[in-house]
Design a protein around this ligand. Structure first.
Ligand code: XMP
Length: 320
């Protein structure tokens, strides 16, 4: 059982000092590796690891082909300014090969997990001689996985999987006692600027969690374009998270006077504190109209745009 550190209990600077010495004690003079996605959890872990190990921490950004527009370069450029070198590893082909033909949500997650930890990371870790992987698992990831709601891609020990045996390296998880609000506080205290610690959450399986059915390069590209519109138009709301989802079912539409059996995008925008429960944000209708306009003009093949009005539970935040 993991003991939660609540917002009331958290003292960010004490937490940082404790975790930095914990990482130093475990890793010693050895090399550790961490994968940065640019999300708040992996960004905070990168900063903690960098403080603890300096040059002995190798930070990689794994380009799985499922990230948002320009994300790999943006994230690497951003951390360079903070003094952290990030190596971008192009693994797009491996991920799309692993995802080929898979439509079941849990199988999709499993394919990503195996490709990430076993193939891509396994190789990087072997080549670098690192013995430790630092990662930003948080308490909500563990809860939902153990409850069998969703297999979060980064949870192992709580499911009885020994990463040392399964993948050949040990995993260090400094944020495992925290939920999102606390991670943001630590992010601020560890020197991340607001645009980084205030970023909306983005799931580990990235845009493949936003495509219902097979995650092909073409379908990921469609949801990537829709995501860019949604993020651009909703960035000034105070919502917890917002996203575009590509549906599998097609519907009849019309374009240039002809029938177009086209694709559908669902928009979700959530009010929530910690992702455990959530409500759809009451967006003004004018904003919804702008979203529809933007998506219909900028994303080829879309003929229908809907807004989700269900709460979590019984919905979950991501669709897959
Ligand atoms: P759900 O969809 O379970 O998401 O309500 C809760 C929060 O966790 C974020 N998140 C993930 N969600 N798989 C997910 O389905 C993951 O691997 C993952 N990683 C993070 C999600 O975006 C939401 O904020």
């Amino acid at each position: 059982m993991i003991k939660e550190i609540t917002l009331q209990e958290l003292n960010p600077s004490e937490f940082i000092n404790e975790k930095v010495s914990e990482i130093q004690n475990i890793a010693g003079k050895g090399t550790a590796i961490n994968a940065l996605s640019g999300g708040i959890d992996s960004s905070v872990v990168t900063m903690l690891g960098h403080r603890a190990l300096g040059k002995n921490l190798k930070t990689v950004f794994i380009d799985n082909g499922l990230m948002r527009e320009g994300e790999p370069e943006q994230v690497a450029g951003f951390f360079k300014k903070l003094g952290v070198e990030v190596e971008i590893v192009d693994a797009r082909k491996e991920f799309f090969t692993a995802l080929k033909g898979i439509t079941n949500p849990e199988e999709k997650r499993e394919a990503i997990t195996q490709t990430f930890y076993k193939n891509v990371f396994g190789r990087i870790v072997r080549e670098s001689g690192a013995k430790y992987l630092l990662q930003g698992t948080i308490l909500t990831d563990v809860d939902e996985t153990v409850a069998g709601i969703k297999r979060q891609h980064n949870v192992f020990e709580q499911l009885g999987i020994d990463p040392q045996k399964a993948f050949g390296y040990k995993i260090i998880e400094p944020l495992i006692q925290l939920r999102k609000e606390c991670v943001r506080k630590v992010g601020k205290a560890v020197g991340l600027p607001p645009e980084q610690f205030d970023r909306i959450p983005f799931p580990g399986p990235a845009l493949s969690a936003r495509v219902i059915g097979e995650a092909t390069p073409e379908r990921i590209d469609t949801v990537r374009k829709a995501t860019a519109v949604v993020e651009r138009l909703l960035k000034n709301t105070s919502a917890f998270q917002y996203m575009a989802i590509l549906h599998e079912d097609r519907v009849t539409g019309m374009r240039d006077g002809k029938r177009d059996f086209g694709q559908q995008i669902e928009i979700r925008c959530w009010d929530s504190k910690d992702a455990r429960i959530a409500k759809p944000t009451r967006l003004p209708f004018e904003v919804l109209e702008k979203l529809a306009d933007g998506i219909l003009t900028e994303v080829p093949g879309i003929v229908s745009v809907t807004y989700n009005i269900a709460t979590k539970p019984p919905s979950t935040i991501e669709a897959v």
